[in-house]
Design a protein around this ligand. Structure first.
Ligand code: A2P
Length: 317
């Protein structure tokens, strides 16, 4: 599979397996199937509550000779409750133990939102820590120390607005290698892509298929779907490919990494095959016209009553 170079010189496969919403019980088989099919990049996070199972599948695949650790790209993320500098290394070490590896390829700050230690999703106002009380640059310094210790080869962020990413670049000793953000035809984020291109920061598109299996509590009643948009269906029919493959080929055509989640063997293979598909300029332009600035994952779950966070502060919009 094609790879993109990070600012360290390391190269990561352009298409990876997303594991958000892949339930324990389902993700073990999905990772095994994916590695056998040829996936060489897995996107993980402790908040997905399935890293031990992914670690078991990876360890077994390595032991069986399906893949070597050196040929497998593993990304994970620091949850919001471990942003205090002294919490960062222990959180990373827990992920390493769960994934059963000595180091990660990429470690990301999952959200620019802080919680008290041990809080997964806050329910009370005193479970949050305000951004003003803990500069992101302090968390970042602790990630830089993890690179120096060999616990991760690269570091980056997720869900950072352009303003927060620029501020981090100005404060960082090791420049962020990646911003992983929601990206699909309804949320194209051109200004972010332009900035990242200019700075040599790669962008990963999460929810590239529109994240239709989000928990009902996270869904809005009137939200649009992507996989059945008439333009996507027309382009799929034109090329004899599936709507999901159109969306993935579009993301790859924009030089972003894509990490579709699936736990279904047929769809896993279908998504992997999209890495070899190229849309023509007219297709890219027709899909480019679908932008509506729509977030499926807007972070509203961090802005409940008593939270110091608001949507406009998270996204700087
Ligand atoms: P499943 O895991 O049963 O395959 P996203 O990556 O945007 O979060 O989207 C994930 C959702 O899209 C899941 O519901 C997943 O279901 C579904 N999905 C994954 N691949 C495909 C595909 N090729 N065609 C249709 N739906 C897909």
């Amino acid at each position: 599979m094609q790879t993109y170079a990070l600012n360290s010189g390391d190269r990561l496969p352009v298409l990876g397996l997303g594991t958000w919403k892949a339930a324990p019980g389902a993700v073990y088989g999905a990772v095994k199937d994916a590695l056998t099919a040829g996936y060489r990049h897995i996107d993980c996070a402790p908040i997905y509550q399935n890293e031990p199972e992914i670690g078991q599948a990876v360890a077994e695949a390595i032991a069986a000779g399906v893949v070597s650790r050196a040929d497998l790209w593993l990304t994970s993320k620091l949850w919001n409750d471990a942003h205090a500098p002294e919490q960062v290394q222990p959180a990373l070490e827990k992920t390493l133990a769960d994934l059963r590896v000595d180091s990660l390829d990429l470690y990301l700050i999952h959200w620019p939102v802080h919680f008290k230690p041990g809080v997964m999703f806050p329910r009370r106002s005193d479970e949050y820590v305000a951004l003003d009380d803990l500069p992101i640059s302090a968390t970042w310094k602790a990630l830089e120390a993890c690179v120096a210790k060999g616990l991760t080869r690269n570091i980056g962020v997720c869900n950072f607005s352009l303003k927060k990413l620029q501020a981090l670049c100005n404060a960082a000793t090791i420049q962020p290698a990646m911003n992983q953000i929601e990206l699909h035809p309804y949320l194209q984020q051109e200004a972010m892509l332009a900035f990242c291109r200019e700075r040599g920061i790669l962008v990963t598109a999460y929810s590239p298929l529109g994240s239709g299996d989000r928990p009902t509590g996270m869904k809005k009643s009137d939200e649009p779907t992507l996989l059945d948009h008439p333009v996507i269906l027309r382009i799929a029919a034109k090329h004899g490919i599936t709507p999901a493959q159109v969306l993935l080929a579009w993301g790859l055509g924009r030089k972003t990494v894509v990490i579709p989640k699936s736990v279904n063997p047929e769809r896993l293979r279908q998504n992997l095959a999209a890495a070899d598909l190229v849309l023509d300029a007219q297709d890219m332009a027709d899909i480019g016209a679908l932008d509506r600035g729509y977030r499926f994952v807007d972070g509203a779950f961090f802005t409940g009553s008593g939270s110091p966070y608001t949507l406009s502060a998270i996204w700087d919009e």
